[in-house]
Ligand binder design. Structure first.
Ligand code: ELE
Length: 212
């Protein structure tokens, strides 16, 4: 089944930046997500890289009004299923495999799969995917590289993620094939562990005001 473009695009257009989060303690998830929503970043990606990430997604889904919780680092069908059950409204993967795309076809919750080369993008177009994550953005060639994909593959729009900072985001956001960017700079592990909710809110606000 093809990607539900309208559904994933609504997530990508909710704000110019999707914060990518590594949450150790699910108790942090609610105040962290509230700070992000207050700052203007409703779509938030909690990566399945910690043992309790699914609990964190569940907490945000149940308790944070206005948040659009998503799961990141989803690598296989089992994780897809678990992330959907936890209340994820979108699913992000660093890449794409036939099995992961088959899993996505079994669920209404849309997938934003990763791609970094023209051939990877073309393989995803063949499966009906036109909204992709460009990962790892900086390391794979940065904004100049992504811009060069915009002419031959103009139907595809991206959320570049990987190595992006507040300073680097505007160049990506000015590209015709970019809808939003992802990044961990708004709420890194240190900010979450130290419960720096006001700092997270301030960085969210800065990110939310970026033009695209
Ligand atoms: O695994 C996934 O699904 C991901 O989303 C990976 C993230 O894109 C990067 O971890 C971004 O991290 P930074 O480079 O620190 O901004």
């Amino acid at each position: 089944m093809a990607q539900d473009t309208a559904r994933i695009e609504a997530v990508m257009l909710a704000a110019p930046v999707i914060p990518v989060l590594i949450v150790d303690d699910p108790k942090s998830a609610v105040p962290m997500a509230q700070a992000l929503v207050r700052g203007g970043l409703p779509a938030i990606e909690i990566t399945l890289r910690t043992p309790r990430a699914l609990e964190a997604i569940r907490a945000v889904a149940d308790h944070v009004e206005g948040a659009i919780p998503g799961a990141g680092t989803v690598l296989d069908a089992g994780q897809y299923e678990a992330a959907v059950k936890a209340g994820s409204r979108f699913i992000v993967s660093p890449g794409a495999t036939p099995k992961l795309l088959d899993a996505a076809a079994d669920h209404d919750v849309p997938l934003l799969p990763g791609a970094a080369t023209a051939s990877e993008v073309m393989a995803l177009i063949e499966r009906g995917y036109l909204r992709l994550k460009f990962f790892p953005a900086e390391q794979a060639g940065g904004a100049a590289y992504l811009k060069s994909l915009s002419s031959p593959l103009s139907q595809v729009k991206f959320c570049p993620t990987g190595g992006i900072s507040l300073e680097k985001a505007p160049t990506y956001l000015s590209l015709p094939n970019v809808l939003c960017v992802g990044g961990s700079w708004i709420a890194d592990a240190k900010a979450i562990a130290s419960e720096d909710w006001s700092g997270i809110e301030a960085r969210a606000r800065e990110a939310a005001s970026l033009a695209r």
